[in-house]
Design a protein around this ligand. Structure first.
Ligand code: GLU
Length: 440
């Protein structure tokens, strides 16, 4: 069975970059009729916050990316300790005591000599006595995984055949000095224990994948299929990392972006397929294929989400907004008419209330000087509400008769005077919704 997972660290809010990872993994599982796991990578007790874990779940629920299982790494620390012991027994785990400053100095020296800044494994050469001395002086060290210095190869679901020389990678630290287990090993253990078959994540994890493949081999695990999607950039190709904080999913939601518009956009962006506005996740899953994605950075423009949101709303039935429509005070018998008018003239749900306010309270009339007298005369001929679907026709017929105006010269000044706008909904509908007689 296909099993995928989305594994955010609850150390911040999810943003569009995270969504790409979540959505790809979700769609792969959905398309295959498999399972999708939400895994909270919360081994860092200082940075992990319940508030973020809660918001991650709210965001995913809003989008409909619901999970079959939820797992927390903080509840599996014993399991990681066992795996660490196994690596120790197999001679693939060693303690090292360099401080961050010492490591930094080593790196600088290497770079000065034109060498790659790879950890020099000095700790591997310490005698038992030297190790004891270090432990006495510096306490527990970090624990590094000893990479086999060979090429690590895999066929990536997006990037194709990859080959990384392990000699160009530092032996990864898997346990910190304070005993905190790091994601690199925890993830390997989890992916295996939880039967994960496909891992899709950002291309910033390619080197991690190489080391994780070796850790899996060392533990006798078989590796899942890996795929690394490109990272998002801004519309001009500029790095997005600093702006991602302003592209939190919860903010997009607050700004009125529709879930299906966002999902439809993200499921195709960076692929060779055109963006297609889908109504359901099933529809999105049907057309989803990792093979259509490439390695080039993917440009993301938040402004693209709004036309798509508008298009989505234009086709929604009243039932999808009935609660909001009732809440803003639209009477039941006008709700259908109101929504038919409003939906074609909004960008997000946040614009709905504004239309009702216009019908309820009346607009500030837009009247050209030369039309002032005409509009005043026309308004005099209009009875008090309630109005019906026929009001516009009977009123403008009467105004035409009385003033001799016709066509645009008749209708435009009245539209502008009633709605305060140059264009907008059908005036027959507008009149039917007006709660107050318009006045100058
Ligand atoms: N917690 C990791 C991250 O957020 C997970 C990476 C992965 O998918 O393996 O980057």
């Amino acid at each position: 069975m296909t099993v995928t997972r989305f594994a955010p660290s609850p150390t911040g809010y999810l943003h569009v970059g995270n969504l790409r990872t979540a959505l790809f993994n979700f769609l792969i599982a959905k398309k295959a009729g498999g399972q999708f796991i939400l895994r909270l990578d919360d081994t860092d007790p200082e940075r992990s916050k319940q508030e973020y874990a809660d918001q991650i779940q709210r965001d995913l629920e809003w989008l409909g990316l619901t999970w079959d299982r939820i797992e927390k790494q903080s509840e599996r620390l014993d399991r990681y300790a066992t795996a660490a012991d196994e690596l120790r027994e197999k001679g693939r785990f060693y303690e090292a005591w360099e401080t961050p400053t010492e490591l930094d100095l080593k790196r600088k020296k290497q770079l000065n000599m034109g060498l790659p800044p790879v950890y020099d494994r000095a700790a591997l050469n310490l005698s038992d006595d030297e190790q004891a001395k270090m432990r006495a002086e510096r306490g527990q060290g970090v624990w590094r995984f000893k990479l086999n210095q060979e090429r690590i190869e895999w066929t990536d679901g997006i990037l194709g055949d990859l080959s990384i020389d392990a000699a160009s990678v530092s032996d990864p630290v898997l346990i910190r000095q304070d005993g905190q287990v790091l994601y690199t090993i925890a993830s390997v253990v989890d992916d295996t224990d939880m039967g994960v078959t496909h891992v899709v994540r950002g291309s910033d994890h390619v080197t991690n994948t190489a080391t994780q493949i070796q850790i899996m081999e060392a533990l006798g695990f078989s590796a899942p299929s890996f795929a690394h999607h490109s990272l998002l950039t801004g519309p001009q190709g500029e790095a997005l990392s600093k702006r991602l904080g302003t592209l939190a999913l919860k903010d997009l939601r607050d700004n009125g972006v529709e879930a299906m518009a966002l999902l439809s956009h993200m499921a195709r962006l960076g692929s060779s397929q055109p963006i297609e506005l889908c109504e359901t996740l099933d529809q999105l899953a049907d057309g989803f294929d990792l093979n259509h994605f490439g390695s080039a950075p993917t440009k993301f423009d938040v402004d693209d989400l709004y036309p798509l949101t508008a298009r989505f709303l234009h086709t929604r039935p009243l039932s999808s907004v009935s609660e909001q429509v009732a809440e803003i005070g639209v009477p039941d018998d006008l709700a259908e008419t109101f929504w038919n008018v409003a939906r074609a003239n909004i960008t997000t749900r946040k614009d709905i209330a504004g239309w009702w306010h216009l019908f309820r309270d009346g607009a500030t009339p837009l009247v050209a000087d030369e039309d002032r007298e005409f509009v005043a005369q026309a308004f005099d001929m209009l009875p008090e509400p309630p109005y019906s679907a026929d009001t516009w026709k009977s009123w403008t017929d009467a105004v035409k008769e009385a003033t001799g105006r016709k066509g645009k010269g008749l209708f435009m000044p009245l539209r502008k005077a009633v709605t305060g706008l140059e264009r907008g909904p059908e005036m027959a509908d507008v009149m039917q919704l007006l709660q107050k007689k318009p006045a100058l």
